[in-house]
Design a protein around this ligand. Structure first.
Ligand SMILES: Nc1ncnc2c1ncn2[C@@H]1O[C@H](COP(=O)(O)OP(=O)(O)OP(=O)(O)O)[C@@H](O)[C@H]1O
Ligand SMILES: [Mg+2]
Length: 289
């Protein structure tokens, strides 16, 4: 955590930005319209402040991933926060903790939101629909043209840098639970649906580096999903192929780099229609009693 100085002169610790791992590179598929909508909402233009989009979609359709990709494209630091029932105003603004430095007993820790405001980065609140209205009330001045936040703990007001952008996500079922004072400030509503067939196939190809028998596997993949009368999300697709691939391999125990054993598969890319069926049944057709 780096130390920064607020305009009042107070020294505080900033939250660390999140940088996705490299394996994410080159595996992003589609979502061009949604990306365009977010970047348009965030353009600096005229006298109106940037808009604050709200992503809505079923679990696993790719809301987080879209935000990571937009942040990467715009080369802005990303500060994600998780919405949950116990989220408090202090979680949203600034917390305090015991210091391990001799010079001070306590130190202030800026939330990812306030760090993003101070640094001119992106704040992403995931699952915003799970946070209680009492905590969300603090966001009101952040999301309109005031672009500041009042922290009781800091005893001061922090203004957002011009580069600051805000975005949040919620699952479809929870969007109506958001208080009106947040919904009316969070526009545009960007809906992420289930990706079309071609994009699911491209995703499977890129993430899993399928080779050889791809057409046969994809045919079986769609047969399974169609028979079950369901549509796969990107997460479903990744899980389905990932388990199928592991089921088709022989596990081998080798020495890991931390001195423990590591379990690896003996042969890569060995998915078969049978392992796809077994994976589908295990992941998506088991009814818990
Ligand atoms: N367009 C895409 N291209 C490639 N991979 C994707 C895409 N969309 C999603 N994924 C992958 O699918 C998985 C699920 O995506 P993500 O976590 O973003 O979904 P989510 O909508 O945020 O789900 P939840 O509501 O459960 O939080 C991740 O591994 C992500 O990298
Ligand atoms: Mg998510």
């Amino acid at each position: 955590m780096k130390e920064i100085k607020l305009s009042s002169g107070k020294k505080v610790l900033a939250s660390d930005p999140f940088t996705p791992k490299d394996f994410f590179l080159n595996t992003f598929v589609g979502r061009q319209n949604e990306m365009r909508m977010i970047t348009a909402a965030w353009l600096n233009s005229g006298n109106t402040p940037p808009l604050c989009p709200l992503l809505v979609g079923e679990p696993g359709v790719g809301k987080n991933r879209l935000v990571y990709e937009v942040a990467r494209e715009m080369r802005l630091p990303l500060y994600p926060m998780q919405g949950h029932e116990d989220l408090t105003c202090d979680d949203l603004a600034c917390g305090v903790r015991f210091s391990d430095k001799r010079s001070s007993a306590m130190e202030y820790v800026l939330s990812p939101l306030v760090t993003a405001m101070h640094e001119g980065g992106i704040c992403f609140i995931d699952e915003i629909g799970k946070a209680r209205p009492r905590a969300l009330a603090l966001l009101v001045s952040v999301l309109d043209e005031r672009r500041y936040i009042d922290s009781t703990l800091l005893g001061e007001r922090v203004y957002a840098q011009p580069g600051f952008r805000f975005i949040a996500a919620t699952n479809t079922g929870e969007v109506n639970g958001l208080p009106e004072f947040i919904r009316s400030r969070m526009r545009p509503l960007v809906e992420l649906g289930f990706p079309p067939k071609e994009e699911i196939e491209e995703l499977a190809g890129r993430v899993l580096e399928l080779n050889g028998q791809t057409p046969e596997l994809l045919k079986e993949f769609w047969r399974l999903w169609t028979t079950a009368n369901r549509k796969p999300t990107p997460r479903d697709t990744i899980h389905h192929f990932a388990l199928a691939s592991r089921l088709a391999q022989q596990p081998v125990i080798t020495a890991g780099n931390n001195g423990h054993g590591a379990m690896v598969g003996r042969s890569a890319n060995s998915i078969t229609p049978d392992s796809l069926r077994e994976s589908f049944e295990q992941l998506f057709q088991k009814n818990l009693k």
